[in-house]
Design a protein around this ligand. Structure first.
Ligand SMILES: O=c1ccn([C@@H]2O[C@H](COP(=O)(O)OP(=O)(O)O[C@H]3O[C@H](CO)[C@@H](O)[C@H](O)[C@H]3O)[C@@H](O)[C@H]2O)c(=O)[nH]1
Ligand SMILES: [Mn+2]
Length: 752
């Protein structure tokens, strides 16, 4: 068959997943409805003015359950129609017919983003397997540091003189030099031969020289992040290569440009979104497609641009295709991955799910976006003066569009390109400027990761990053762009639910704080917050007597009419059944998702734990942060994630031990809640032994046990560990105090 008739890509609905998911959705929602029904019914049964504290506690727990159920409901949209895709880059048209691509790499702070790493990303982009005359690489330096500019010139020399010719000559697959030389054995290149080996040694030596020159540049200059400077644009291709070895090898090279936008302390610069909205690339190369990369995300598969073109060049989907998103993957993930740094849930479950709807969300990095999609919806003729009103006075910039755009779509300047309102500029831009404008996206998750970055591998970085994301999400949730209000008219219901879930997930902090404190406090005070059944006739069991016939005798035995297994009596009412079902069904669904996407039981526990940890810290602080910003009490802030590896911290991460070196603000909630649950579990068991009754409090005792089990690393960190990453005794003492105050005050309130 002729190449032009074969498809460039295929999409497959994950049939078995869809069936499992939809059946689970049905069953689980039935159980949730039953649960809500029991709750409401039990309020009418038990709510008396005399037991106000009990009613109030039950109400709190019920509110938590409602929020969880609502979040669960939104999440079902991802499960409806997950798809996966395959691409056939070999069927693409010839190089001459491929469209041009601008690569945009963002960096901001050399003290957190090692220059050498950033240069490796730049080099990997220059070496992409794409016609060099159609590739333009921009490095946006938000730090405005001369170090970065100087290092870039060195990177250029090394790339042009040695690295790129070497890669092209031998078809090297790993085009990030650091990664290539680190994993030399694993690279199993097609060519071996003595010439190759000799060349490789030479290039390796050049790389070492390049490294030491970059180190020297860093040592010889003080690194100041400059917040007050004019714009700097420098085309690096003009730099001469004064090395001896390259003459015969110099090939045509992509354009390489250093950009540092103007910054003034008085003007908001809008962080990464601001950096991405640079017009420089439109003036210099103006390629129809843009690849956006974070500075740590090197190109691991040189063919990613071709893979993306399999979608962008398909005439069937191309007109409405805004961008092709690749997953974020990381090169530094350990086997245990205690913090779920790989973000499996996003890139293995959620994005696949959205791909079957209108497409995944812009994920900050690793996406090939159509330039046109950033400017809005294309139409025919329009007045240049009008355009200037929206895009600024630059004639060159207006001309750069090549097509004309309808200014109606840009009622305010912030609706062009990447949007500023939220620190999760990716999510927000994707919502307002992509999917709500009718653009679609596709998710491309090939076996060989297209890009690899530095994942956050210590608790502090994980929590700081997650707090920023939560804050950004809540900012959107509280704005007029709240997806559940803004979305329905512009997107499908399911796509709206997905966006809604991502806007509201930080509100998990409410139910999780509630479930980790209220049932426990009530348990210690002998108050049952999981009501005894009011509708089902209980089936009564007892040891030694037949309670169905002689209930009085049964009560006389001191145990009461309940199911009896060994020493443990378990309530046997319907509410209990429904509640257990909901609990087990959600846990097993999560296990199923983890296992079917390559995880283990260990990953399941890690994910549960980190979700609980993030909920009671990041989600809480992130939400508060967003609320304060909303009220004008705080300014937006984007603290770039640290990408410098600390040896000791890396060792802890490798061994799967949580590194508790973080601020007391982030640590104390974990310790406090663990202590409360240990106390209430011990209290609950003691109480059951004294009274001989387990049934009414079983769920509460179990809940405490579950939290204590999940929080075991915290207990270990407080008591057993002696290393640097333990929980400092000062935090433990403070937390014990706070827990005691909470429990005593709480008990006072409950017993008024
Ligand atoms: O003022 C700034 C701050 C950051 N950056 C760059 O933005 C990128 C992402 O920042 P990083 O510190 O790595 O944050 P992460 O938490 O890892 O970023 C995730 O979340 C961000 C949104 O909060 C997205 O922009 C990112 O793509 C996504 O990887 C990096 O290349 C930074 O250099 C800037 O250019 N200017
Ligand atoms: Mn990052």
């Amino acid at each position: 068959m002729d190449n032009t008739t074969l498809p460039l890509h295929l999409s497959h609905v994950q049939k078995s997943s869809s069936i499992i998911n939809r059946s689970h959705t049905l069953l689980h929602s039935a159980a949730l409805i039953a649960l809500i029904f029991y709750r409401i019914a039990s309020f009418f049964q038990t709510a008396k003015p005399s037991n106000l504290p009990t009613t109030f506690s039950c109400l709190l727990v019920f509110t938590g359950e409602l929020i969880l159920s609502f979040m669960w409901f939104l999440g079902q949209a991802y499960r409806f129609r997950p798809v996966y895709r395959t691409v056939f880059p070999e069927r693409l048209p010839e190089n001459a017919e491929l469209p041009a691509v601008d690569v945009f790499i963002c960096t901001a702070d050399p003290s957190k983003e090692p220059t050498l790493e950033v240069m490796n990303t730049v080099i990997s982009a220059i070496a992409l397997d794409y016609p060099p005359d159609k590739l333009h690489v921009y490095l946006s330096d938000d730090g405005g540091c001369s170090v970065t500019l100087e290092a870039m010139k060195e990177a250029w020399r090394f790339a042009k003189g040695s690295w790129v010719p070497f890669c092209w000559a031998y078809g090297i697959k790993t085009r990030c030099p650091e990664a290539y030389f680190l994993g030399e054995e694993g690279n199993n290149e097609s060519s071996s031969g003595s010439e190759f080996l000799a060349d490789r040694e030479k290039v390796k030596e050049k790389y070492e020289n390049f490294k030491s020159r970059v180190m020297r540049i860093r040592q010889n200059s003080t690194i100041i992040v400059n917040r007050d400077h004019t714009a700097v644009v420098e085309v690096i291709n003009d730099v001469s290569i004064d090395e001896a070895s390259q003459e015969d090898k110099v090939e045509e090279m992509p354009l390489l440009v250093y950009v540092s936008r103007e910054k003034r302390p008085s003007l908001p610069h809008h962080f990464k979104a601001g950096a991405l909205n640079l017009r420089v690339s439109a003036l210099i190369s103006n390629s129809p497609y843009i690849l956006v990369l974070d500075c740590d995300m090197y190109c691991n598969d040189p063919t990613s641009a071709r893979q993306a073109m399999c979608f962008h060049l398909d005439p069937k989907i191309s007109p409405s295709l805004g961008f092709v998103q690749f997953p974020q993957k990381f090169h530094n993930i350990s086997k245990t991955d205690v913090y779920d740094s790989q973000l499996r849930y996003f890139f293995k479950v959620l994005w696949q799910g959205m791909d079957g709807l209108q497409g995944p969300i812009v994920s900050g990095t690793g996406f090939y976006i159509k330039r046109e999609a950033l400017y809005a919806n294309p139409i025919k003729d329009v007045d240049v003066m009008e355009l200037k009103q929206y895009f600024g006075p630059s004639n060159e910039f207006i001309k750069s569009f090549g097509r004309h755009y309808k200014p109606k779509d840009h009622q305010h300047s912030s609706s062009v390109g990447f949007l500023y309102l939220s620190v999760v500029e990716d999510y927000f831009t994707s919502l307002v400027n992509m999917h709500c404008k009718g653009w679609k996206s596709v998710y491309c998750d090939p076996v060989r990761p297209a890009f690899l970055g530095a994942g956050t591998t210590n608790l502090n970085d994980v929590l700081v990053q997650s707090t920023r994301w939560s804050s950004g999400s809540v900012e959107v949730a509280l704005s007029r762009f709240c997806p559940l209000i803004y979305g329905p008219k512009k997107m499908s219901a399911l796509q709206t639910m997905c966006y809604g879930e991502l806007a509201f997930y930080p509100f998990y902090f409410l139910p999780l704080w509630c479930f980790a404190t209220i049932p426990q406090l009530c348990l210690l005070n002998g108050i049952a917050v999981y009501p005894e059944d009011v509708f089902c006739k209980r089936k009564l069991f007892c040891v030694g007597c037949d309670p169905e016939n002689d209930i009085a005798k049964c009560y006389g035995s001191g145990i009461g009419p309940v199911a009896f297994w060994g020493n443990v009596t378990v309530a046997s009412n319907c509410f209990f059944m429904v509640f257990s079902f909901v609990f087990l069904s959600s846990l097993s669904k999560h296990i199923q998702e983890v296992l079917s996407t390559g995880g283990s039981m260990r990953s399941w526990i890690n994910e549960q734990r980190i979700w609980m940890i993030k909920s009671v810290t990041c989600y809480l602080y992130g939400s508060l942060d967003a609320i304060m910003k909303r009220l004008g009490m705080k300014e937006a802030n984007f603290m770039p994630t640290n990408k410098v590896m600390d040896v000791e911290q890396t060792r802890l991460y490798q061994t799967g031990k949580i590194d508790f070196q973080t601020s007391i603000m982030l640590l104390a909630p974990l310790v406090i809640l663990t202590i409360i649950n240990v106390v209430s579990f011990v209290g609950g068991v003691t109480r059951a032994m004294v009274t001989g009754k387990f049934s009414d409090m079983f769920i509460q005792v179990f809940l405490s046990l579950f939290i204590v089990t999940m929080g075991y690393p915290v207990i270990e960190g407080m008591i057993l560990r002696k290393d640097k990453g333990r929980i400092p005794p000062s935090v433990t003492i403070l937390s014990v105090l706070v827990s005691m105050i909470f429990l005593s005050l709480g008990s006072l309130v409950l017993n008024v």
